[in-house]
Every structure is written in C-alpha cells, then in structure tokens.
Design a protein around this ligand. Structure first.
Ligand code: NAP
Ligand code: ZN
Ligand code: ZN
Length: 353
C-alpha cells in the first residue's frame, strides 16, 4: 500500500515528505492506521547520521499507536478496529535463547532484531521505515495491546520506547519499596523513569542539569531533586543509592554518579551518546564492588506488562503534540532540553497534508 511519510534523504538534509510502499498484509501481519507517533532522541541520532550505519532515505519513529485496519488469516489476538502499539522492533529470529526468553531486543540470530526503522528485513537487504508515516504492516508477534482510554492515546505512544526502556531496567534491578533510586536526565526517558519508579514504590531522586525542571520533577513523582552540576549537593547523597538509571544523551562524567551508589549498587546506562563518555574511574567500582551496566529497550512480553501496568495505574507520558511538518523545530528544541517531556506527532497532520 502506498503510504505518506516523512524521511531524511541524507544526514544533512531536513526531513521532508516521502512516499513509500508497505508490504501486502501476510497471514501473520497486522496493518495499522497510525494515529500518533512519539519523537525519541534516537530518531534524531538516526536521521542526522550520528550513530553511523544509517541507511537513507530514513523514516524514523518507533513510538507508534494506531488502529488495526486489516489482520492476516493467522492473526489471533487482534481484529479490525483494535487500538494497538508498535515499539522499536518489528522482527527477530524467534529461535535463539534470548528470543525464547521473550527478550527479542537481545536476539542472537545472524541479523539481531529488526528495528522498526533502519532495520534489515530478514533475508533481504532492504531498509525498514518507521512511524513518521500514515500506515505500517507488522508481524502480530511485535504488536502490543493498548488498554488505555482512547482519549489518552497520544500520551501512550511514548510508552512504546521511553516507557519500556526505563521499565525493563527498573524491573531487572528490582526497584521497589525500600529502594533509593536515582534517575539522571529528565527528558523523554527520564520523566518516564521517575513516573514508573515512583509507581513501583521506590524513593526516587531526580538528577537534572536544568534548574527549571526542579518543580516539574517533583510533580512527576520524584521525592527529591538534585541539580547535578552542584557538587556540594551531589556529595550529600554519597554512598546512598541502590540503583541509578542514567538516560543522558551526551557524554558526561560518570564518576560523579558512581560515587553515590552504595556498596554493590548499580548504575545502568540507557543513553547512547554519539561520542564516548570519559572513561570511568575503576576505583569507584573496585572499592565498593559497584557495577556499571547497560540496558536495551525491552522484550515484547515485558512491554505488554508495562503497558498493562500503566493502564492500571493511569500512567501516560507528559507530551506536547506537534504536526508532522514541525519535526525539525521539535528536534532543535529537544537538543536544548526544551520539551516537557516528549513531542508526539498527530498523524492527522500528515494524512490531511
Ligand atoms: P531527551 O528527551 O533529549 O532527554 C535527554 C536528557 O538528558 C535531557 O532532557 C537532559 O535532561 C539530559 N542532558 C542532555 N544533554 C546533557 C548533557 N550535556 N549533560 C547532562 N545531561 C544532559 O532524550 P531521550 O529521548 O530521553 O533519550 C535519551 C538517550 O537514550 C538518547 O541517547 C537515546 O538515543 C537513548 N535511548 C536509548 C534506548 C535504549 O534502549 N538504551 C532507548 C531509547 C533511547 P536534564 O535537562 O534533566 O539535564
Ligand atoms: Zn526510542
Ligand atoms: Zn533471536
């Protein structure tokens, strides 16, 4: 099917209208009319070629919420009219140990998982095109059920990446009551990290470089806020954290945070800066048996678990709605940390253009 989209033709050119062809709906496929798509910092890293290996033209977008318009003959859990989500993955090998464990993001197959955009379709060389488009066709295994109220759908879209990328490590490192947890960087991911860690019952400390986000972070559910540039305030929290989730999208000094962990504490990085962080001081790790870890989005079962948890606890992202045509302006504002906290594209703006 012919689909309207927005694409970057090169790393140096702004996103612009583009027409692409979605595959015909196969027996296991679900066709989705896209209602909303969140704007993740990874979209910007990709569209501007900051990560290398980007195939152009590039159609970003992996925080997708839409309505089912067609379902193939083998599709069991979805029917026409259902509200569904698609996140960062649209395929994986399904047979490796990670896929069998429901952790498709760590797929050990020859091509790894297939990204919703900039992904290689298995057995074929072509590029996948993401959610900055009016329709998408996705294998049922990678389609999520959305149980939120239909009036909340724009705020649900960011759960498909920002939500699951923070949920997966918070759960893996057992964040809950009695745990002191830091969230570093209050952007799209970080604001979801605060909401989810708070809902899981932890004592949440937000670390931000933006004084203007102090009250906002408390409103999101943080118990305390620390301006990370203030070293005296940082030192007050030395040796006190069980877990720190670091979402910062730029290289920075990790030691300032490692020193805040308790013995055996862990800091997990989810931000993927285009340049490396300064090498951390190993003494911080060795002398307190601390761990520095990483985490990649989340598997399909845990994404469904997160969506159901959010529906039950009335959790959505705090968003600013934009038109597809305003994407470059949104990217510039995201680079200045000037969004509370996620831009979401109203796909009607593309359909009616
Ligand atoms: P975002 O909305 O731009 O938020 C990043 C936040 O980091 C900013 O709001 C800012 O928070 C802080 N920050 C930015 N520059 C900084 C600097 N120079 N020093 C210190 N803090 C700085 O981005 P996002 O969409 O949340 O994504 C964050 C990162 O995670 C990106 O690199 C993205 O590609 C990556 N990501 C990874 C995964 C994964 O699976 N691991 C999944 C999705 C995204 P304050 O204003 O509060 O300081
Ligand atoms: Zn993302
Ligand atoms: Zn696999």
């Amino acid at each position: 099917m012919s689909t309207k989209a927005y694409a970057a033709q090169t790393a140096k050119t702004p996103l612009a209208p583009f027409t692409l062809e979605r595959r015909a709906v196969g027996a296991n496929d679900v066709a989705i009319d896209i209602l909303f798509c969140g704007v993740c910092h990874s979209d910007l890293h990709t569209a501007r070629g900051e990560w290398g290996g980007v195939k152009f033209p590039s159609v970003p977008g992996h925080e997708i919420v839409g309505r089912v318009t067609q379902a193939g003959g083998n599709v069991k859990n979805f029917k026409v009219g259902d509200i569904v989500g698609v996140g960062c993955m649209v395929d994986s090998c399904r047979t490796c140990p990670s896929c069998k464990d429901g952790l498709e993001q760590y797929c050990e197959g020859p091509d790894g998982f297939t990204g919703t955009y900039n992904g290689t379709m298995s057995g074929r060389g072509d590029n996948t095109f993401g959610g900055y488009s009016t329709d998408i066709v996705v294998d049922q295994h990678f389609v999520l059920k959305i149980n939120h109220d239909e009036s909340d759908l724009a705020g649900v879209a960011p759960l498909l990446c920002a939500g699951i990328t923070t949920w997966s490590p918070l759960r893996h490192w057992n964040v809950g009551p009695g745990k002191k947890v830091g969230i570093v960087g209050i952007g799209g991911l970080g604001h979801m990290g605060i909401k989810l860690a708070h809902a899981l019952g932890a004592h949440v400390v937000a670390f931000t470089t933006s004084e203007s986000k102090r009250q906002a972070a408390l409103d999101l559910g943080a118990d305390e806020v620390v301006i990370s540039k203030n070293s005296a305030d940082m030192k007050k929290h030395a040796l006190s954290f069980d877990f720190i989730l670091n979402t910062v999208a730029a290289p920075h000094n990790l030691d300032a945070f490692m020193a805040l962990l308790k013995r055996d504490g862990t800091m997990t990085l989810v931000g993927v800066p285009s340049e490396p962080h300064p090498s951390p001081f190993v003494g911080n790790l060795i002398f307190k048996r601390r761990q520095l870890a990483g985490s990649l989005i989340g598997g399909i079962p845990e994404t469904q678990e997160m969506l159901d948890f959010c529906a039950k606890h009335n959790i959505t992202a705090d968003i600013e709605m934009i038109k597809m045509q305003d994407i470059e302006n949104a990217y510039e504002r995201m680079l200045k940390s000037d969004v509370k906290y996620r831009f979401v594209i109203d796909m009607n703006s593309l359909k009616t253009a």
